[in-house]
Design a protein around this ligand. Sequence first.
Ligand code: MG
Length: 441
Amino acid sequence: MRLVAGAATDVGRVRQGKPNEDAVLVDDRLHLFAVADGMGGHRAGEVASATALEALRAAIASGRPVPDAIASANSAVFSKAFDDPELRGMGTTITVAVAGDGQAIVVGHVGDSRAYHLHDGELVQITEDHSLVEELVREGRLTPEQASVHPQRSIITRALGVDEQVQVDVYDVDLATGDRVLLCSDGLTSMVRPNDIARILRREDDPTRAAEALVDAANAAGGEDNVTAVVLAASDDAPAEEGAAVATDTPAATTAAAPEDITRATPASAPDAVDTGVVSVVDAVGAHEPRADDALPDEPLPEPIRLAPKGTARRILRVVLWLLPVLVVIAVAIGAVGWYARKAFFVAFDNGRVTLFQGRPGGVLGFNPTVKQRTKLTANDLSPADRADVSAKKRFTDEAKAKRYVAALKSKAAERAAVAATTTTTSAPTVPTAPLNPSGP
Ligand code: MG
């Protein structure tokens, strides 16, 4: 079996002039294909998706299996977000397909981008969305129809870059000749119904044309989000060799391309254009025979559907919620957000002073942390280890433990001051203070 890939990405109709936060990866040499939908302020969303795909590719290239490679992408985004205040809170979805043994592909997935399988003309969704509304559908509390128009349908419950660990869904999918696999961001699926996606995939034999037609359909329906599609066609016109289930036409073109050439999303300066960088790479590595009737689609474009607009407020809400673990988002759904937001404590620097807060760093849906106790302690009063803990916003589940921790910081600071004074007057060697060891939360 051989996989021929086509890809297209576009900033959409509504966010023109802003960066395309989707990224796409087509690497025929590694038989690796992926989409990522990034999120975060300023240019952070763009950074998140590109970082994830670059790390993914490096991990797959070094022979790691799909879940490990996605975990590695998670670490790359997480540490970049941790190191750079401008990028804090960024995250990204990822949906990956890698050729497996024989006729199979391995699909790895986190977030609400999707993978579909078209077999015998039937479109089946491979992945389950990690989104609030999908969880409510699985619990029987919303119908799929209600979910598709729900105002909070873009809130996701799992993403890369949010936590040090991430749970990855993995699927093995057997392909038959003629099958198609689609990887796409929610900019497609929130604009175009599955039936219409299936119709386009059936109509357009060529993967690149299919990907472009899908992006065009999303834009025709309003283009309210960045939209990305990767179409893989399973073909048998180049028999698989031992150890190479997927043939490549021009592997040199793939290896010569720098990662950023492939993962770069559409530049903001050319929001209308389907990403030429991506498409040229795809064209180079996924060569195809042009159809005789290229100019004449045999079916009219599907009637677009219009769903509720993806406004800035929802975007911000989605970003905020990315900071929360899955259970918290469910708690939001059942109205327990206030309880959740207030039952935690953390110690951090506020205006340079050690401060005890009630709440959670960053707040939860308007429940912002409040100051419980201010101290005069500054970073210079703390040992390096304590300073690091407080800088990282040390968390507690109850107030008493948090207060004991602050008290311990104070007494240690007093000891350190006393030791420093002694050292100054007697020139005695510095006595290292014992490491603070508060009982954990
Ligand atoms: Mg999106």
